[in-house]
Design a protein around this ligand. Structure first.
Ligand code: 9MR
Length: 448
């Protein structure tokens, strides 16, 4: 993991330095251009829920591999997936995700061992002693199978009721084993894999309320009594009825102050455009402001496969284009997608912004939108730098010139480059990846 990131940073820096030598792209050196790399530069991870059955889709896999450095199997590690029949374990789909992640140096969050939902019927039919042994066996078997490969486990998920009671939620575990089942699950988990962080994970605990107060009391009690717990997951499923709470950061901080890490584990925010982007920005800034906030996981790569698809709650739309929320998250993490404001003659200015529009196994298409500032412009240039061994094979809607290395292309308009104030145009290009899928660096737009 460490080595991989260091190598990635070196490559990025070298690419940018090359560009500085040729084109004087001041201000872009060292800026990471993906969610994962930007979060890593802040000592965090940026992950996503992943479904094994989408890994074969090229755009899904390339977006995952380019942008994220942690994964959570969305359903594949749940009890009904792993142990549908007592003591008969099926790890196939979860293994697929874990080996994909390991191959890319990504962290894996294990989700989840003890949960009332997605629980096979046979568990609910057991008597007390049998249930206790089935719970401990499930934890031990699954954690042993993945021992050494999991960064953090959601040992117990969603054990508290919504609303004002602060009570435990009814479940076979709660109803038959009583309050002590959570403690027992955490102790069994520590014994099974002492290298994994052990988390309690829940929703509607994102601000201070009766439910989060109840979780807080439990964690405080665990810490005082030495029950092993390392982290608390805040799912952070938001929509207009349940927006990002104003005390989100304060709530994360009070848990961190108990001596546990906090993690944003299932982030998604329904909506679109700048409203959605602003909410995402609040969450990222809150995490960055809490030193024990270890990382953020969004609940899916693309709106296409979100569990709340119609609410378009994620950072990539159903065509895998980056949404405004993506740009806000990246910039909150201190990253840059390149482009930005440029100079020009007189009052003429323009901006260049980049999006990846298509991805195949060996290449991707990039599109740059050139937008005139508050005055009309008569022409523009935008430098685009790719990282060797990448190569730009085709361009459209522009007239490129190349530096000696072949890595830096300066694009000018094809013919008339006039744009009215605020108007925009686009040009595009295909990058042959030769194994390197990193985004190109888009230099400043220069207007004339
Ligand atoms: O995203 C998951 C979806 O594919 C499943 O159908 C659903 C079934 O319960 O679970 C979803 O994930 C849940 C997660 O495991 C725990 N927190 C709430 C998530 C959304 O329901």
């Amino acid at each position: 993991m460490r080595t991989r990131i260091r190598r990635a940073l070196v490559v990025t820096t070298a690419g940018v330095l090359g560009a500085v030598g040729v084109l004087s792209l001041a201000g872009t050196a060292n800026a990471a251009s993906t969610l994962g790399a930007s979060a890593a530069a802040k000592g965090r991870y940026f992950g996503t829920a992943v479904a094994a059955n989408h890994l074969g889709e090229a755009q899904y896999a390339s977006t995952l591999d380019t942008e994220f450095n942690a994964v959570t199997p969305e359903n594949e590690m749940k009890w009904d997936a792993v142990e549908a029949t007592r003591n008969s374990f099926n790890y196939g789909p979860a293994d697929q995700i874990v080996s994909h992640a390991q191959g890319k140096g990504m962290k894996v969050r294990g989700h989840t061992l003890v949960w009332y939902s997605q629980l096979p019927g046979w568990v609910g039919g057991l008597g007390t002693d049998d249930l206790r042994s089935a719970m401990n066996n499930h934890i031990t078997q699954v954690m042993t199978h993945y021992k050494g490969k999991i960064y953090a486990w959601d040992v117990v998920n969603e054990a508290f009721q919504d609303g004002s009671s602060g009570a435990r939620r009814s479940s076979p575990f709660q109803d038959k084993l009583g309050n002590g089942y959570i403690e027992e699950a955490f102790r069994t988990a520590r014994a099974a894999d002492s290298g994994a962080k052990l988390c309690y994970n829940d929703y509607n605990t994102d601000g201070q309320n009766a439910k989060s107060n109840a979780v807080y009391s439990m964690v405080k009690d665990f810490k005082q009594r030495g029950v092993p717990i390392d982290c608390v997951g805040f799912q952070s499923h938001f929509n207009s009825a349940s927006p990002v709470p104003s005390d989100y950061q304060a709530n994360l901080q009070r848990f961190a102050d108990l001596g546990v890490d906090v993690q944003i584990t299932e982030l998604d925010i329904e909506g679109s455009g700048s409203a959605q982007a602003t909410s995402y920005g609040k969450v990222v800034n809150a995490c960055l402001a809490v030193s024990r906030c270890a990382g953020i996981t969004v609940w899916g790569v693309t709106d296409k496969y979100s569990w709340r698809s119609s609410g378009t709650p994620l950072l990539f739309d159903s065509n895998y284009s980056k949404k405004p929320a993506y740009d806000t998250v990246l910039s909150a993490l201190g990253g840059t997608s390149g482009g930005g404001s440029g100079g020009g003659t007189g009052g003429a200015t323009c901006t260049a912004t980049y999006t990846r529009t298509d991805t195949w196994s060996d290449r991707f298409n990039g599109q740059v939108t050139v937008k005139a500032g508050s005055s009309a412009i008569t022409g523009w240039t935008v430098p685009v730098t790719v990282t060797s061994p990448q190569r730009i094979s085709t361009t459209w809607n522009g007239s490129p010139t190349w530096d000696g290395s072949g890595n830096v292309m300066t694009m000018k308009p094809n013919g008339n480059g006039s744009l009215a104030a605020g108007a925009s145009t686009t040009f595009g290009f295909t990058v042959m990846t030769d194994g390197n899928t990193s985004a190109p660096t888009i230099g400043a737009c220069t207007a004339s």
